[in-house]
Write a protein that binds this ligand. Structure first.
Ligand SMILES: [Zn+2]
Ligand SMILES: [Zn+2]
Length: 142
């Protein structure tokens, strides 16, 4: 995500106001690399501003998605869509035990590697997930 001030300017350009509630939601998002769901963001926001509604959180997240600041991550079937606050292409590792979604560094896969299926296609977004059990959960299981 870009700094909050730049996002504020982008919102103003679209005729949207940056209310204190929205600012807080954007700040929470900008600090959170855990790929939170709407409800997880909502719970964090409530700690500072108990009067904020879930609808405001939801709408602000939708606006941030429309601006391209955050992207939807696929649904892992555990409580709704998660949001990635890094819009740069990257892979994920999903631990089926603790349900943590880890960012993986490194280059995104090259479309060329997939051969004919992608030939002539316009790639808009890449999202690959490696599934398994993270080192921490494996240690606990032993
Ligand atoms: Zn784990
Ligand atoms: Zn990510």
């Amino acid at each position: 995500m870009r700094p909050v001030e730049e996002i504020a300017a982008a919102l103003r350009e679209k005729g949207l106001k940056l209310t204190p509630q929205r600012r807080l939601i954007i700040e929470v998002l900008s600090r959170d690399r855990s790929h939170p769901t709407v409800d997880e963001v909502y719970r964090q926001v409530l700690r500072t501003m108990p009067e904020v509604s879930r609808t405001t959180v939801y709408n602000t997240i939708r606006e941030m998605t429309a601006l391209g600041e955050i992207v939807e991550v696929q649904d892992y079937g555990d409580g709704g869509i998660r949001y990635d606050t890094s819009a740069e292409a990257h892979h994920h590792f999903f631990c089926r035990e603790c349900r943590t979604l880890f960012d993986l560094d490194g280059d995104p896969p090259l479309p060329e590697r997939y051969g004919g299926a992608l030939e002539g296609a316009a790639i808009e977004r890449q999202q690959l997930t490696v599934y398994g059990v993270c080192p921490g959960c494996l240690k606990k299981a032993r």
